[in-house]
Ligand binder design. Structure first.
Ligand SMILES: Nc1ncnc2c1ncn2[C@@H]1O[C@H](COP(=O)(O)OP(=O)(O)O)[C@@H](O)[C@H]1O
Ligand SMILES: [Mg+2]
Length: 415
């Protein structure tokens, strides 16, 4: 049979640990997948930064992108690769560029989800611009910040409309704090969002293609303890709601890899942060959940590379809006949104691919995550983040949590 090599490119920034694990497990899988009369092999390499001719070929079938949201040469190279060379990329770079957190709130409000009440404010200060003075003089209405604060209610959160990484997020408890925070906000365009406090649960759900992982999250813990290690902390109905919300958001925006933060208060789930173009992938925060991410990433990348999946040419929101505009509660509509999402992510074909061709992934990953290469990947990441005196202890902690994951996996599969 003719051999064909599918190329996977990793477009990376500061990532250290997950690419090492991704590359090593892929090598150990020794894939030879029969596909339409050919045999597919897979090759992964890291994308380099260099000048490029817009017409030059791109050798990647799939690019896993971690740079687009801030490094624009990479973003424009990826756009060219999608438009001219049919490369598949996650995530859709146009969608990342244009659909800020703000749009994600609006869109999910339109689908009926109980996003907490949110206001947008004009910025406190401006960079100079030729038409600025004339525009503001004519059209900027004087407003009473205290009045808006009272409408949103206290406490609430002030945060940038295009937020990420906790940058510029302030909890506001009263009008005086609101005025102080607004004074300090400078040129940032801010939201005020009603607080869901106190909450009963904080979850972060990671979506990768049609795969999801719901994690119990403690925002007040130190970074290495925020992702909790309990897995059966939700009843199946709540778990389904979170998974459906996450897949709906991701398919709606063309984000294959994204995470959704949602808070449970009483019987209602409130999604609060779900436009994360470059979700946390580091062993130093994911630890116990890190192997799940590596496997999910491999499965989805391999499926996309093998099947020749194409980036959707437009984001057609109409099927979602048609459901949204019908009468009824959003919870009744959610399974229908999620069905569209699972179709978008080709769930059936994907599961079939994994069963048929990646049956040995669990065993290969299990063996790998006990290996010196895995240990070294953890250590390299820890070395990059922690002071010298803490490197041994944190490397040990994260590696032990991975071993804990291995034990639980092997119990679950009866191994
Ligand atoms: N509406 C809210 N209710 C309760 N807590 C919130 C709310 N908005 C933000 N927070 C808290 O602030 C943190 C950062 O806000 P978030 O919207 O997640 O910003 P970022 O995009 O920077 O992660 C959240 O993880 C949560 O702890
Ligand atoms: Mg967040």
């Amino acid at each position: 049979m003719v051999k064909r090599t599918r190329q996977i490119g990793l477009c990376l920034g500061a990532d250290i640990c997950w690419p090492i694990c991704f590359e090593e497990i892929l090598k150990r899988l020794e894939l030879n997948i029969p596909w339409n009369g050919e045999t597919l092999e897979f090759h992964v390499e890291r994308v380099t930064i260099e000048p490029f001719n817009l017409r030059q070929p791109v050798r990647y079938d799939v690019v896993i992108d971690r740079l687009t949201h801030w490094y624009y040469t990479a973003r424009e190279w990826i756009k060219k690769a999608v438009v001219m060379n049919d490369t598949y990329v996650f995530n859709n770079p146009w969608s990342i560029q244009s659909n800020e957190k703000h749009t994600s709130y609006c869109a999910m409000m339109r689908l009926g989800m109980p996003i907490p009440d949110t206001w947008m404010l004009p910025p406190k200060a401006y960079d100079s611009y030729a038409d600025l003075e004339a525009t503001l003089k004519r059209y900027a209405r004087v407003f009473d910040l205290g009045e808006i604060g009272a409408k949103v209610g206290y406490p609430h959160f002030m945060k940038p409309y295009d937020g990420g990484g906790w940058r510029g997020v302030t909890r506001i408890n009263n009008e005086a704090e609101l005025r102080t925070a607004y004074e300090a906000s400078g040129t940032s365009v801010m939201h005020l969002q009603a607080a869901v406090l106190p909450f009963d649960r904080f979850v972060r759900c990671i979506g990768l293609g049609p795969q999801t992982r719901v994690v119990n999250y403690d925002p007040d813990a130190p970074l290495h303890d925020r992702y909790r290690m309990d897995i059966d902390f939700l009843d199946p109905k709540d778990r389904q709601v979170i998974e459906d919300i996450t897949l709906t958001i991701n398919a709606f925006f063309g984000w294959d890899f994204n995470s959704c933060e949602a808070l449970l208060k009483g019987h209602e789930w409130y999604p609060i942060d779900f436009a994360n173009a470059c979700p946390d992938s580091q062993v130093t925060s994911l630890h116990y959940h890190f192997p799940w991410l590596i496997k999910a990433n491999l499965r989805w990348a391999l499926f996309c590379a093998a099947s020749g999946r194409r980036v959707r040419r437009n984001l057609d929101w109409s099927p979602y809006f048609e459901i949204a505009d019908q009468p009824g509660d959003w919870r009744e509509k959610l399974p229908r949104y999620a069905a569209l999402a699972r179709e978008h992510f080709e769930l059936e074909a994907f599961e079939d691919f994994c069963t048929t061709h990646l049956g040995h992934l669990d065993a290969v990953a299990d063996e790998f995550f006990a290996s010196p290469v895995a240990h070294d990947a953890v250590r390299q990441k820890v070395e990059a983040l922690y002071p010298a005196r803490e490197i041994d202890s944190f490397t040990h902690l994260f590696f032990q949590r991975i071993q804990h994951w291995r034990q639980q996996e092997s119990q679950a599969t009866g191994g």
